[in-house]
Design a protein around this ligand. Sequence first.
Ligand code: FES
Length: 84
Amino acid sequence: MSIKLHFNNNHAVVEPGSFLHEYAEKFGIHVPTSCNRQGKCKECLVEINEGMELLSEPAPQEMHLFNKSGIVVMGCGLAARTYV
Ligand code: FES
């Protein structure tokens, strides 16, 4: 199953199985990190406009993105912790 991925103004059809930061780097988009993608610095926070259902379940490092009812506060994820 291929997935259409859009990063800013970059578009590509990709095969699933990689983290969002890996796709971003393929587009030449620098994803900041000071924790070496361990989910600690939160610098790789990305806004997800569509397709949340195609992404991995939230990692423990992403739980700050949910409110007390378990609803995601914004369509966001950590590029280093979210895979397609
Ligand atoms: S790179 Fe540090 S949390 Fe994403």
